[in-house]
Design a protein around this ligand. Structure first.
Ligand code: G3P
Ligand code: MG
Length: 246
């Protein structure tokens, strides 16, 4: 497995293809790829029986026809849900993908993946540990490796325990005290902030520590131009139809 080499190109499609297709489904990945994207961010959590799958929210209602806390259902039940119709009838029947299905798709296409560890509350450490092991199994021998990211230090710690060689990034929605020390103690290769937080001083601080500085979720052209001129190392975007990754 490619170890600790930086796994992502500059442009990363958020949740597959942002808002143009049902987020975190293979339909979204395919659409993102049609726009030329070769790297994708997705949100991963565990079913009650410990299988990693893609879903942003803790609950099922917004992006599927299921109900309740997703992590309280087994994979058998989750795999039967419709995660496409909420977005539009042309996506009817689109399933919630397992991480394994996504791994097959991205490895076959030589695409890069940013796995955001988005644990069901209370399962942060376990989610990192299990997804770390799964990534070793799924990507092993492919010559590729994903990037782990999380807002939750416990999830990154779990991934560090089970898959120490896979690169990690700390996600930040605020510059809380000690954030850079936290990223360093978790062995992160990157800090990924909300784009409005990435000012010159913050960018310089991240780079001075030898880490990469990435931003989410940039959908505005002027904001993207400024961040590129300032020297960010990667942009996560919904606007796959606006920004060409070429
Ligand atoms: O990984 C960047 C971004 O996805 C974080 O926010 O809520 O879209 O998962 P969210
Ligand atoms: Mg995310």
């Amino acid at each position: 497995m490619t170890s600790k080499t930086w796994p992502l190109p500059f442009w990363i499609a958020h949740r597959g293809a942002g808002k143009l297709a049902p987020e975190n489904t293979l339909a979204a990945f395919r659409l993102g790829a049609e726009y030329g994207y070769r790297a994708f961010e997705c949100d991963v959590k565990l079913s009650s029986d410990g299988l990693p799958f893609l879903l942003h929210d803790a609950t099922l209602e917004r992006t599927s026809n299921g109900q309740g806390v997703a992590g309280e259902l087994g994979w058998r039940e989750l795999s039967r849900l419709d995660a496409g119709t909420w977005h539009g009838r042309r996506f009817a029947g689109e399933p919630l993908p397992s991480l394994e299905a996504v791994a097959r798709f991205v490895i076959a296409n030589r695409f890069a993946l940013n796995i955001e560890l988005k644990a069901t509350p209370g399962r942060e450490l376990l989610t990192g540990q299990v997804v770390g092991s799964e990534v070793q199994r799924l990507w092993g021998g492919s010559g590729l490796a994903p990037l782990f990211s999380s807002f939750d230090p416990l999830s990154l710690q779990g991934a560090m325990q089970s898959a120490p060689e896979i690169a990690r990034g700390l996600l930040l929605d605020s510059l809380r005290s000690g954030w850079l020390d936290e990223a360093q103690s978790l062995g992160c290769g990157a800090v990924i902030t909300h784009y409005r937080l990435m000012d010159h001083a913050t960018l310089a601080q991240i780079h001075a520590a030898g880490l990469r500085a990435l931003v989410y979720t940039v959908n505005d052209r002027a904001a993207a131009q400024t961040l590129i001129a300032d020297g960010v190392d990667g942009i996560i975007t919904d606007a796959v139809d606006q920004f060409s990754p070429a």
